[in-house]
Design a protein around this ligand. Sequence first.
Ligand code: PA5
Length: 469
Amino acid sequence: MSESQINLYYKNVTAEIIGSEHGITDAQLKTLAKKTSPLISRLNKERKVGKTPYRDLPHNMETIQKVKELTAKLKDQCENLVVLGIGGSALGNIALQTAINPYMHNLDDSQRHGPRLFVFDNIDPSQLASFLDWAGDKLDKTIFNVISKSGETAETAAQFLIIRRMLKDALGPKALKNHIVATTDPKQGTLRKIVNENQLPTLEVPDGVGGRFSVLSDVGLFSAAMCGIDIDSLLEGARDMDERVSTEDFYKNPAAINAAINYHFYNTGKRISVMMPYSFPLKDLADWYRQLWAESLGKAYALDGSEVHIGPTPVKALGTTDQHSQVQLYREGPNDKLFTFLQANNFDKDIKIGPAPDCAPELGFLVGKDLSALLNSEKMATEYALLQNKRPCLTVIFPQVNAYTVGQFIYLYEVTTSFAGALFGINPYDQPAVELGKDATFALMGKAGFEKLARQIKPLTALDGDFLV
Ligand code: PA5
């Protein structure tokens, strides 16, 4: 075990710790190993014939070079970087920033390693209006990275059209190419057309890589590099994890074991998967995981066409915050959850707790201790409390949270998702159920071609006063 490797600790899901009614017995683990082992070579083969292009992203030196060149060109003129995108085109960017850059990055110039970063991942008018009010007189030093594979996603398109108007009004039409970087499909789509017409600087959403698997491509790397994140280390971490998750020995493959454990608990009635970082910087990686897990594994049909309606429900929680919000339920409510803690063994900075006033000697147990010791004790305490109620607990241990370990984590969970998809017998790379809502939005907003759907939606969306209390 190298000191810079993240590790998955799984003893606390076993029958030895939480009993055989809820925990995994040795025999069950052997069965899981037998079922999962052939999938390791299957996934490795599929990867070799190009069926999972996301697997090769950390090895693509051309991409890294291109991102670095564009970053070097733009960084000095940029005080504010705004990512316009949603879902897989935003969550990874947010997660990298929260995980690797300091908490006060946007507010304290001395803690910034690049422009301030804003990612809305939404279209709330009050949120965007507040930003635009602030940014209005800073546009000359602001770059907007619009990210959309198709360019037709209503949220991203709307954000883009608002920004485009604002830039044109303030700086003139010629300024667009100095203030917009478009990350989109290399050949086709609405955004590609706009790029070509306006000669915008451009990056690519690689072919065959879905949004939620794209953070290690131009999609996530550009904003990360601009904001001073060491993308070489990030990708090195992912490459090192690639080696570990490709190993055909089930017991040495953290993604295979992680997926098998998740699969086991789903099938034995623990259908909720709670990810609970005990590290504030990791909190948005839990959000990124939530999309990855939900969109990839929540499926109506298996690969053989049978109707299955399968999929664990991912929930994010944060230690210690949610100890004071969720743990009552987690311990005494239904035993229907698998917990995955994220733990950091070391912190880039630590703080000693100050002396207690004379009138409060009962606070003496805290005095002089590191804040990290309190945080990690609370993780252990919560895990211990859950184990007393026979709740299975996994932990991903980070020696420290940095670009290298975050790269490992991202790759670990992407490949875990591929294994889980294979175990559930579904396609983890599509998201057919997202389409109807997108089409219904088009219909409600009057897009040509969606008139029939608009007529179908109306009776369901018009409020019926008899049911309004
Ligand atoms: O993971 C996914 O595929 C989705 O979340 C997409 O990233 C999201 O819907 C945005 O799509 P697009 O990049 O086409 O704008």
